[in-house]
Every structure is written in C-alpha cells, then in structure tokens.
Design a protein. Structure first.
Length: 167
C-alpha cells in the first residue's frame, strides 16, 4: 500500500514552496502528532493578580504598616479590597520592597522584649552554650558572639558549667 506522500505524487518540498511555509514549521507541526501547539511567550494564568490589585495591596500595607502579611490578607478580604492568599501578599510586598524575611515594624517588637540592636562594634555580645558528648563525657562548648559582626569573640570547652565558667 502506498503512503499518502506517494499517492499524491507531489513532493513535500514543492508543497511547502507553494504554500510559502518554512520546512521547520512543517516538521514542528508533524512532531506534535495531533496535539495543539503551545503558544510562544508568556500566557497569563488564571491565578495571576492584576497590576491594580498589586497597587491596592501596597496601598493597604502603607495604611497598616504594623500588620503582618497573613492578617493583612484577611483584613483586605473582610474589607473587600482584594481577595488574595497570604503568600501572594508576602510576594507582592517583598517585590515592592516593603517587607523582607526578617523585617520588624518600627523596631517595636524588639524594644518590648528588652533587646536593642547594637550601634557599633565591640558592644554587648551573645553567649552560646552547647552540650557536647565526647566519648561518654559531657563537656560544654561556650562561645561569645559579637552582635555587630557576628564573629566569635571568645570560645572555650569546659568540663563543667558553673557561673564562674560562663563568666
């Protein structure tokens, strides 16, 4: 039995020339084998937010600077501003430079806990004590970190953890 190409007695090259169709396009179409072609470029997804919604999220955050992202998402939903997930709120605020992983609003949380970020080098430090088991013997690794540079200022391995050892 003859193939379609043989029965047509008209080579594909001539057909493509008559149709003014590049051979590359024809072979790409035949490789799809009946599947619809994927569009080139970026196709908007149904869950993407609009530029106007981004502006509303940023404006709402500027009106409520001390509210976190999760609560902000539900406040906007309750007030009918926009209906987006908390992760979308976080992403939009991060892209707008209004929030980061470790941002604290106005430093108020830190001041309530009694800790203030040091102003320069060689200020107060953090003491870190770790218990280490060396061949069945418990030892204590004590180190002091500089708050500004986060470098280890002092380190020592002690067999006991008395007040004098830590001091």
């Amino acid at each position: 039995m003859k193939s379609r190409k043989e029965r047509a007695e008209f080579p594909i090259r001539k057909s493509l020339a008559v149709l003014d169709l590049p051979a590359r396009t024809y072979h790409r179409w035949t490789s799809l084998s009946g599947k619809p072609p994927r569009p080139e470029g970026v196709v908007p997804k149904g869950h993407w937010i609009l530029p106007g919604e981004r502006e509303k999220i940023v404006a709402f955050k500027s009106r409520h600077p001390t509210v976190g992202g999760v609560r902000l998402a539900f406040m906007m939903l309750d007030q009918g501003v926009v209906a987006v997930s908390p992760s979308t709120v976080f992403r939009v605020l991060r892209e707008a430079g209004m929030s980061g992983k470790w941002t604290l609003p106005d430093g108020r949380k830190a001041s309530r806990q009694g800790f203030y970020q040091p102003k320069g080098t060689h200020g107060p430090g953090h003491t870190d004590i770790a218990s280490i088991n060396l061949r069945g013997t418990h030892s204590f690794f004590i180190r002091v970190l500089d708050n500004d540079s986060r470098s280890i200022v002092f380190r020592d391995l002690r067999m006991s953890m008395t007040t004098a050892d830590v001091e």
